[in-house]
Design a protein around this ligand. Structure first.
Ligand code: EPU
Length: 339
C-alpha cells in the first residue's frame, strides 16, 4: 500500500516559497513505488506531476492532482576506463551535492554547473546550463518510468533531443515520465572551461586552475548575482534568453546598440533577456510582494507571502513591456503549474 498523503502544503517544496495545496502527494524512495503507482493506483488520480526540489516550478493556485516527489538516492561508478568514469546517480539526489562529490572524487566536467539548485533527475529536463557548460556535455543516458503504463524506458543522449534549456522531456513527455537515475560520463583529467568570459578574470594567468578552485569561483559568481532561495524566494532565470535570426539581431543591434548577445554555431544569435529587461529600467522593480531582482533582471523574486498568480502577473507585465519595446516575445523558463 503506497503512503499517499492528502491536502499537503507545497510551500516548503518550491524555491519560490509560494503556497499551494496538493490534493495528493507521494514521496518516492525507489523505482518499485513508481511502477506500483502507475500500474495499480493511477486511475484514482486526476493529473500527476513529478517534483524534485521545486526549483524550476511556479505553482499558481492549488493542485488538484498527485505530486510524486523524487527522493531516489544513490551514486555509483558503473564503468571505468583510463580517461573516463561513468557514474549512475539517483534522480532524487541533490544536483549540487553530486557536483561537489564529483570534484572531491576527481570526476570532471560538471564544475561550471556548481550551485544550481534542484535534483539530478530534473537536470536533464531543462538541460541545465551555466558558465559555458550544459548538462548534455557529460550526459550518457537515463532511466525513466512511463507514468501512463509503468513501463521502464532508457534514453540515450540522442533520444533526449537536448537543446538550450530544452529536451524531449519538456515537450513530448511533459508530465509523463519519472526519471529514476541518470548516468554521466566524466573525465579523470580536469580541463578548465573558460568559455564564459568573466570566469578567466577570476584567475591569474600564471597559475594552473584546479577543479576545486573552479567550483569555488562559480559558487562565488553565483552568490553575487543570484539570490539564495532560502533567503529570497526565486527560481533562477525566469525567462529563456531569446534566440534571434542574424537579420533580426542586426536590426535590434542598430536600434539598441550594445545589446548583450552570444553568436550561436547555427548562425543564430542568443540575446541576453536580462539586459533587455534591465534596459527598460526594471531591475529592482517591485510591486507588492513580488519583484525583479536588483542584481539580475532575469530573476523574479518573492519578498514574502506572494502568490503564484502575483508572480505570473509580474511575468506577463515584463513580457508585454519587452514586446512593446523590442518586438521580442520572452518565453517563460520554469514550469507553470496551474489548475
Ligand atoms: N545583464 C544585464 N542586466 C541584468 C542581467 C544581465 O545587463 O540584469 C547582462 C550581463 O551584463 C551580461 C548578459 O546580460 O552581459 C548575460 O548575463 P549573465 O551572464 O548573468 O547570464 P544570463 O544570460 O542572464 C544565463 C543563464 C543562467 C546562468 C548564466 C551564466 C539562462 C536563461 N540563464 O543567464 O542560468 O547562470 O547564464 O551562464 O540561460 C538559470 O537558468 O536559472 C540560470 C541562472
Amino acid at each position: 500500500m503506497l503512503a499517499i498523503k492528502t491536502y499537503v502544503s507545497l510551500k516548503k517544496m518550491n524555491t519560490f516559497g509560494v503556497e499551494s495545496i496538493a490534493k495528493e502527494l507521494l514521496c518516492v524512495k525507489d523505482r518499485g513505488m513508481v511502477v506500483e503507482w502507475a500500474t495499480q493506483c493511477k486511475k484514482e488520480s486526476k493529473s500527476v506531476v513529478v517534483l524534485g526540489q521545486g526549483s524550476n516550478i511556479l505553482f499558481v493556485g492549488d493542485f488538484d492532482g498527485l505530486i510524486l516527489v523524487n527522493q531516489i538516492e544513490g551514486c555509483q561508478v558503473v564503468r571505468e576506463e583510463n580517461d573516463w568514469v561513468w557514474v549512475k546517480v539517483g534522480g532524487g539526489e541533490s544536483w549540487d551535492d553530486f557536483v561537489e562529490r564529483c570534484v572531491v572524487s576527481g570526476w570532471h566536467g560538471l564544475e561550471n554547473l556548481s550551485a544550481i539548485p534542484g535534483t539530478v533527475g530534473a537536470a536533464p529536463v531543462q538541460n541545465i546550463g551555466a558558465y559555458g557548460v550544459e548538462l548534455e556535455s557529460a550526459f550518457q543516458k537515463l532511466n525513466a518510468i512511463d507514468l501512463s503504463t509503468g513501463e521502464e524506458l532508457e534514453f540515450d543522449k540522442e533520444a533526449c533531443q537536448f537543446g538550450y534549456r530544452d529536451s524531449i522531456f519538456k515537450i513530448k513527455y511533459n508530465n509523463r515520465l519519472f526519471i529514476t537515475d541518470v548516468t554521466f560520463r566524466l573525465a579523470k583529467k580536469f580541463v578548465p572551461n573558460f568559455i564564459y568570459a568573466d570566469l578567466k578574470k577570476h584567475f591569474s594567468a600564471a597559475e594552473p586552475v584546479t577543479a576545486d578552485q573552479m567550483r569555488n569561483a562559480i559558487v562565488g559568481i553565483r552568490e553575487v548575482k543570484l539570490p539564495n532561495p532560502k533567503v529570497l524566494g526565486n527560481a533562477g532565470s525566469f525567462f529563456k534568453n531569446p534566440i534571434l535570426s542574424r537579420k533580426q539581431f542586426d536590426k535590434l543591434n542598430v536600434d539598441f546598440p550594445g545589446v548583450a548577445h552570444y553568436f550561436q554555431t547555427e548562425g543564430t544569435v542568443k540575446v541576453a533577456a536580462g539586459w533587455l529587461i534591465d534596459q527598460c529600467g526594471l531591475k529592482g522593480y517591485r510591486s507588492g510582494s513580488v519583484g525583479i531582482h536588483d542584481k539580475q533582471a532575469l530573476v523574479l523574486v518573492n519578498y514574502g507571502g506572494a502568490s503564484g498568480a502575483e508572480l505570473l502577473g509580474l511575468a506577463k507585465y515584463i513580457i508585454q513591456t519587452i514586446r512593446e519595446r523590442y518586438g521580442i516575445t520572452l518565453e517563460i523558463e520554469p514550469k507553470i503549474l496551474s489548475v
